[in-house]
Design a protein around this ligand. Sequence first.
Ligand code: GCU
Length: 638
Amino acid sequence: MKRLVWKSLPVQAIAIVLLAVPVAAQSKTTVLVDVDNRKALSLNGDWHYIVDPYDGGLYTFHREIRKDGFFLDGAPETGSDGLIEYDFSKSPTLKVPGDWNTQHDSLFYYEGLLWYQRDFTYQLVAGHKTFLHIGAANYKSIAWVNGQQACSHEGGFTAFDCDISSSIRKGNNFVVIAVDNTRLADGVPTLNTDWWNYGGLTRDVSIVDVPAKYIDDYDLHLNRDRTAIEGSVHVEDAEPGEEVTVSLPELDRSVSARLGADNRAVISLSVAGVALWTPEHPRLYRVHLQAGQDTLDDSMGFRTIAVRGTDILLNGKPVFLRGISIHAEAPIRGGRANNDQDAATLLGWAKELGCNYVRLAHYPHDQRMTREADRLGLMVWSEIPVYWAEHFGDPAVLAKAEQQLREEIRRDRDKASIVLWSIANETPLTPERTAFLKTLAADVHTLDSTRLVTAALLVRSEGHDKYVDDPLGEALDVIGMNEYIGWYEQLPQDADTTVWHVAYQKPLIVSEFGGDAKAGLHGAPTERWTEEYQASIFRHQLPMLAKIPQFRGLSPWILMDFRSPMRQLPGVQDGYNRKGLISNRGEKKEAFFVLQKAYREWSSHSPASGVSAHPVPGTDNRSRSAVPARDKVANPDE
Ligand code: GCU
């Protein structure tokens, strides 16, 4: 790759060159849907990197943005003091995708700015647009192509696509991406989390080619009476009146529609007799979309999800969610999960456990996880990292959370497996927080009227009694709650006498319970940190939960041990949260088999099967909500 070689240029020319470096106005950033099915040049592999803890590659000594920053990919002249004190070509490399923490010991705890650089050659297609696709960059990032800034992004777990049509060229190119994983008080998530702050380009990076007019968003879903596929397709840079076609070749069904003034075509395609997507039969269809020169082929399942009273209805029938929580931690090797094998292993273990559902905590996972859940028949709770004590009074934080919610839904709305969008986890009960989250709940219903909104709430204790009466519940379709009887409070056997008071006649999912155990550490069931103690928590928790009338699902914490800076008990935790039913080395603990046995029994006779969808006498019927948000919509599943 020929770079600007400074030696051959007289000083005044260098000044002119630097000032001339076009720092393009922020180009367009979007989220390309179905991007994994588009034509793309993968940039995965070795990238040179430079660690830059003082941001010297971006700022001058007076903290102004440099015009000659590392983004120019300059090379020092040889044999002189040179104007440049870096050289990507002589710098070490990192694998992309991949967090940097687990690739080099010197980066294990690194929090700060790190530069990535690689060269690539490209064959332009005349008249087409070109995007730089970044599956995820944790936490903030700026991308340049051939020295021109393409985009910047905040948020460590959502994909984004930068229009680089004006900066990419035929033949040789170079791309530089600066990633900074410094935790921010006003970030989403905020400063403290019970997971490792893996930094870097943690998911795929590629160059995506699209026609000048391209399909940039679509929402295709089964209508409520399951007789037609409805929704819309948006075509960017098209003209109203142009045609869009959606077809399902396997059903020999096709429909064409014209773009409206907003370049969106409304779709309605009768599909009587379509095989409904269910965990038992996760039928996926090839969906072919055509708009002018652009074509897309997606793989989609079709189903409906709704609530009726205290029931969750999948395709109009009550369903019980036998689940497990999962962090995006790579089995065995550790670090951020980012490949097909990671997804297959994690979700394969969930299936082996007897799950029909998984909670992908606490942030949107790699798209491979939701694609695999579609294929395996696992319903999904997807979540944005509005976690613990966010700065709920700061409008800028709300804007960041809303941005991540939009990006998450935009990328994954075509996944039948996703049935729940979660907007928060264990947030402190304040008026500011409740207002903030009610805004997010309303956003979910606006962005996606076909799925349910939930959140993992904290519970309140009065003596031995537990209360689920967080006011946020009024805005949720499904109530999630985390409780840790037997671990963070009381003893496992105290679950036997705990009385639950759930203030809402809505479906309740117990989104977390559990306890730590070091795999292979054995002792009496009364001995903390042993597998026997963890199993005892499960043996006492499950019958307690089954008695709650609104109990409609659970996702115990957690499938696999995961790294956390909060978990430092030597010889037991050693930097890992040990609540996994499986260790980070893949060893199944006793509690795995306790839960697996319960799920085998509940697969034929779920705890909710004998419970009416209507209030059960003797339960706490103080329902705060007049009509829960979801029920306001006319619903043939009523
Ligand atoms: C909390 C939290 C998790 C955390 C877990 C624990 O409920 O939601 O992120 O890891 O409990 O303390 O292990």
